[in-house]
Unconditional design. Structure first.
Length: 177
């Protein structure tokens, strides 16, 4: 019996060692917890002329974004009681009462930077340069991993809701040129 007990113990231990799954090829997706919401302003950007109807502005990030991050850009369209009123891009401004005359404020982004485009159905030269000069934009970078799935439905058109939900401290927003 003494000789059988060590053999059974060895067999029992080898069963667990052999049956354990040590597959290191499995990929585990981890939520991106090292990215946080950040915002910065671009005051009076210098747009480059592409043609009479299209002007563009580009700005690089200080460091590349995480691939899952999302960028929102707001344009200040006025003030209310001394507080800025922000409008989410893309935004179309209709000039006068004519539906054919419009200015489109658009943007795109990559992990390296943003581009803001101002495109009009008329020439943006001369007096019409006011549609792209003297503007103020707010760039908001939010981690997609903490987006609507964990925060609930977010109305991105409402700048104040975005700031509240993503914990952006407006007193720390800097101007980037």
């Amino acid at each position: 019996m003494r000789k059988i007990l060590p053999i059974l113990t060895l067999a029992f231990a080898s069963f667990f060692v052999y049956s354990c799954d040590n597959n290191d090829d499995d990929v585990i997706q981890v939520e991106d917890n090292d990215t946080y919401s950040v915002a910065y302003d671009i005051n009076n950007p210098v747009f480059s002329r592409v043609n009479d109807n299209l002007y563009t502005y580009g700005n690089d990030f200080n460091s590349p974004l995480v691939e899952s991050d999302v960028v929102l850009i707001y344009m200040q369209v006025g003030t209310d009681g001394g507080s800025p009123v922000w409008r989410l891009l893309p935004y179309t401004y209709y000039v006068g009462n004519v539906d054919n005359d419009a200015v489109d404020y658009l943007f795109d982004f990559s992990k390296f930077g943003i581009n803001i485009n101002v495109n009009a159905s008329f020439a943006l030269t001369g007096a019409n340069s006011s549609y792209y000069t003297g503007k103020r934009f707010r760039v908001v970078v939010i981690p997609a991993a903490t987006g609507p799935s964990s925060k609930g439905a977010v109305n991105y058109n409402d700048y104040n809701e975005v700031v509240k939900i993503y914990g952006i401290d407006e007193s720390k927003i800097k101007v980037k040129n």
